[in-house]
Ligand binder design. Structure first.
Ligand SMILES: NC(=O)c1ccc[n+]([C@@H]2O[C@H](COP(=O)([O-])OP(=O)(O)OC[C@H]3O[C@@H](n4cnc5c(N)ncnc54)[C@H](O)[C@@H]3O)[C@@H](O)[C@H]2O)c1
Ligand SMILES: O=C(O)[C@H](O)[C@@H](O)[C@H](O)[C@H](O)CO
Length: 226
């Protein structure tokens, strides 16, 4: 947790609390990002248990595999995708980012500032065959991020996009499902840029798109430009 107090969220409050118990300074909170009243309740709880929220990381996401394991290989044409699966992925990955960001941003604006980080995917994922509806959901959340950044310019609330920069071995993409020939990364690659985005050094960083696998180089270039 890098010295921060962190609210970990998940649809199972019990599971979130179990994971939080293993980390210093973490609390577990139940949150279903698809459900507006759950979002309001969770943000309320996080705000009061943490004494405010300095940074939101929008990270919840599902792929079509969550809806139906046969879609893991991403070999389906869009015409084979069931409407309920399409809706479930958009509701979680796009509407979910919007609902949580809206709730947290309202409070950050009232408090005078804050930071939002929306986790995304490589650009290629947004137009690769077999990636309906996951690609459109993340293309949508990137557009959402850019517009949020424009809306929030000069308010003290910053918005940035962070992506791993390759397939990452997680619950969504277990090792045995990483497509052959694809670069794959460990989830820890996301740690340093997240910690940096929360730091004083990143206070003025706004509307950036940071690739975690290239973070060190990106930071060197940025420092060189300043
Ligand atoms: N794994 C990859 O290769 C990869 C690559 C690029 C980007 N991403 C992005 O990284 C983020 C995290 O994905 P991951 O790979 O760690 O997958 P993951 O399945 O391990 O984690 C996603 C989390 O979202 C939670 N979640 C799902 N629906 C939810 C809901 N309705 N409410 C609250 N929580 C919900 C899940 O419980 C899970 O803990 C996603 O936004 C994904 O798009 C993943
Ligand atoms: O480069 C990327 O951003 C990743 O490869 C993604 O496309 C993941 O594989 C996807 O999030 C899981 O299906």
């Amino acid at each position: 947790t890098a010295g921060a107090t962190v609210a970990l969220t998940g649809r199972s409050g019990r599971r979130a609390s179990e994971v939080a118990a293993e980390l210093p300074g973490a609390v577990g909170i139940e949150l279903d990002v698809q459900d507006e009243s759950s979002v309001a309740k969770a943000v309320d709880e996080a705000w009061s248990r943490l004494g405010g929220i300095d940074m939101l990381v929008n990270n919840a996401g599902i792929g079509m595999r969550t809806v139906n394991p046969r879609f893991m290989t991403h070999s389906q044409g869009f015409w084979e995708v069931p409407a309920d699966g399409f809706r479930a992925v958009i509701e979680t990955n796009l509407t979910g980012y919007f609902l949580v960001a809206r709730e947290v941003t309202l409070r950050m604006l009232a408090a005078g500032g804050g930071r939002v980080v929306n986790i995304s995917v490589s650009e290629s994922t947004m137009h690769r065959a077999g990636f309906v509806p996951y690609g459109p959901s993340r293309a949508g959340s990137e557009a959402l991020s850019r517009i949020m950044a424009a809306d929030l310019r000069d308010t003290g609330v910053t918005v940035n996009v962070l992506l791993p920069g390759g397939a990452t071995v997680t619950g969504m993409l277990p090792l045995d499902a990483v497509p052959e020939g694809r670069k794959f990364l460990e989830p820890e690659v996301m740690g340093p840029p997240i910690v940096w985005l929360a730091s004083d050094d990143a206070a003025g960083v706004h509307d950036e798109r940071i690739v975690a696998a290239e973070f060190e180089r990106w930071l060197r270039d940025r420092n060189g430009r300043r």
